[in-house]
Design a protein around this ligand. Structure first.
Ligand code: PEP
Ligand code: MG
Length: 372
């Protein structure tokens, strides 16, 4: 009710006092999940103290799909680099706008984590296009080439496939391009105003080795930008913890991470072994009837199971680095009961969609006040 609607003065005053009370009490910081300057600005009006998750997937859709296609069909690294060179200025612009909208507040940019099937042209459409051309006695070169590559990349379970850090290792130029775009955007902002606080986050890490490999590449790109621009950029590099294996091995993973952010959407999916994309059509209704769930574990954190991993991952990460910054950026970051849980286990921040920021602020405050 904060935006668009005019609250009557007494009510507005009461809300402002309650929020101030909660803000004065809370320990948890509240960030937002935002990947457009509009969402970032909206979240700031709701009191967000930074961006905890800037997803970069949508930045590769629309008109840019053509460049993604080029990347997919590239025969070698040189071909990939050509497509990536065209994406670099577009990404630099994306990140400049987000950093500008947050005006010096921290911005965690997550490297590309596409379920690949959402980016690949549709196999059936392509087959039809190619078949129609063949019927006319022609060859549709584009459809035929894409078809070969899409078949090669086709996966039965894309959510368990070539995503996140795996894609970054498969196509090293991709993460390098994103890191360069982030570093250049940060250097541009530095020249205009203040200290931009860009943070790079690596998705779907399961092993410290993955993070070490990617980290080396990212650091090299940042160093090159620093050198060519003659500036010093404080860009930290952290990881999402969203696979059970990462939570179990968080002490090792912390050796290569400046911060952790729990991706409780994937962590819930992977821990329970059910698909986050099929909740509506699945057995969930029966599970509610049998009282196995009171509420979907995707909505409110399963505190015993998934929460246990969050707590263990936090403890283990801080055994390696006592000051390790730890947050959460899954949907649970804006769910009241889950916010109390994250406060209890000692996270530093929660990050949630812009409209949930006020609730997260309130609940973070209540969590502290209730203990007094
Ligand atoms: C998550 O998995 O919790 C997360 C924040 O990442 P995404 O929802 O983009 O997979
Ligand atoms: Mg995820």
């Amino acid at each position: 009710h904060f935006e668009g609607e005019k609250l009557d003065d007494d009510l507005a005053h009461a809300v402002a006092r309650i929020m101030a009370h909660a803000d004065g009490a809370r320990r948890l910081r509240v960030r937002t999940n935002a990947d457009t300057p509009e969402d970032a600005a909206r979240a700031r009006r709701f009191g967000a103290q930074g961006i905890g998750l800037c997803r970069t997937e949508h930045m590769f859709l629309g008109e840019r799909r053509e460049l993604v296609e080029k990347l997919i069909v590239a025969e070698d690294e040189a071909g990939q680099d050509e497509a990536l060179a065209a994406l670099l200025p577009l990404q630099r612009q994306d990140f400049t706008e987000i950093l500008e909208a947050m005006d010096g507040l921290p911005v965690t940019i997550r490297l590309l984590d596409p379920p690949l099937h959402e980016f690949l042209p549709d196999l059936t459409d392509l087959s039809v296009e190619a078949a129609l051309a063949e019927e006319r006695g022609q060859v549709d070169e584009r459809a035929a080439t894409l078809l070969t590559h899409v078949r090669r990349l086709h996966e039965q379970n894309p959510m368990l496939g070539l995503r996140g850090v795996r894609l970054g290792i498969q196509i090293p130029g991709l993460f390098r391009m994103q890191a360069r775009a982030i570093a250049e955007a940060a250097a541009d902002r530095l020249a205009v105003h203040g200290r931009p606080q860009a943070e790079i986050m690596v998705p779907l890490v399961a092993s410290v080795r993955e993070l070490q490999i990617v980290r080396t590449q990212l650091e090299r790109e940042i160093a090159q930008v620093q050198e060519s621009r003659g500036v010093r950029l404080d860009i930290s590099i952290g990881t999402m913890i969203e696979l059970p294996r990462a939570a179990f091995l968080a002490d090792r993973i912390a050796t290569a991470a400046d911060f952790f952010s729990f991706g409780t959407n994937d962590l819930t999916q992977m821990a329970w072994g059910f698909s986050r994309d099929d909740v509506e059509s699945s057995f969930f209704a029966t599970y509610f009837q049998h009282g196995i769930f009171d509420v979907s574990p995707f909505e409110s954190l399963d505190q015993l199971g998934v929460g246990g991993m969050v707590e263990m991952g936090t403890t283990k990460g801080r055994e390696t680095k006592p000051d390790l910054k730890v947050g959460v950026c899954g949907e649970h970051g804006g769910d009241p009961l889950s916010v109390h849980f994250f406060d209890r286990v000692g996270l530093d921040y929660v990050s949630c969609s812009p409209f949930r920021v006020p609730v997260a602020r309130l609940e973070a405050g209540r969590s502290v006040l209730e203990k007094r």
